[in-house]
Design a binder for this molecule. Sequence first.
Ligand code: SAH
Ligand code: SF4
Length: 348
Amino acid sequence: MTHPDDLYGFTRPELTERVASWGLSRVHAARIWRYLYWECVDSLGAMAELPAKVRSRLESETRLGALPVSREAHSTDGFTRKFLLGLADGREIETVLMRFTGRVTACVSSQAGCAMGCVFCATGQMGFARHLSAAEIIAQASHVARILHREGSRARLRNVVLMGMGEPLHNYEAVMRAVSILTDPSGFALGADRITLSTVGVVPGIRRLAEERRPVHLAVSLHSADQAERETLVPAARKWPLDELIGACRYYSERTGRRVFYEWTLIEGRNDSGEHARTVGRLLRGLKAQVNLIPLNPTGGYGGTPSHPEAARRFQRILTEEFSIPSTVRQRRGIDIAAGCGQLAGTG
Ligand code: SAH
Ligand code: SF4
């Protein structure tokens, strides 16, 4: 598990407080923070310019939990790099670096495994191992930022999506601590519109996000707009039914003024007909919504196949023409490196 004093888990005020508690100037905390989030160092030893008294305190009382790479895969188009990172307890999680039009996005995991059991998802097929700490979430974003830094790239880490392994709203506290660290103006300084949290539909978590007006975009994995059908794909739907989920999304938009993104994994013959598109249109009528259509990435534990591009286009056309709901079809970049959630870890 994470060391309780892993520097990646500290907010800047906490780090400043800790340094002051050692009887040292707060200025050192600002320097340490820059080492972490501007220079992207991977060890305490690399903080070379710190006075010896600061370094010795850091080394005796804290850790820096940079995560070693167990495996790495690049997509043939060069836009996606996927890392399997090793945790201190030997478990492994996935982090993905994605480059779209010069912008770099880190896709990070929030749990090792997942308890939600979505039938088509490689992570769901593994089951739940444990929650990640905030430090382990930040270590993933730092890994991506470090790669850019070392390449001498002019691109900076611009976006973080919580769409890797795990259900972020099942690990609320750690995820929100990580969000505070990611948005710190002296660190990664990601704006409120730069972090997207994707949830299977944990209703109390969505309501809490809305209450607390957390600086994240919300994506909800819908996959079906019919309660009985959705339960067969997403078992968690039994606990948080569609009407409650949509109620929570409406509340979120009212409180935050934001639209909600609805994720829809397109599975041939399962949820990709014209009638399916109309059920979504009717369900989302009147809501601030955008639908993101993602052709299924086939996984070992599920027999479904991705929809044909023509089915995706028809789905999109119905949403636009009959319901005026904006939508995108996500390109299946990186499919050649098993870029679907949990799929690199699943191949052992
Ligand atoms: N647990 C959260 C976030 C992680 S999953 C959630 O479910 O939203 C991120 C996204 O990947 C979800 O929309 C999920 O439905 C989708 N996904 C999972 N397995 C997939 C697969 N095999 N093919 C396509 N999309 C998949
Ligand atoms: Fe968990 Fe998301 Fe996978 Fe469902 S799709 S099993 S919620 S990680």
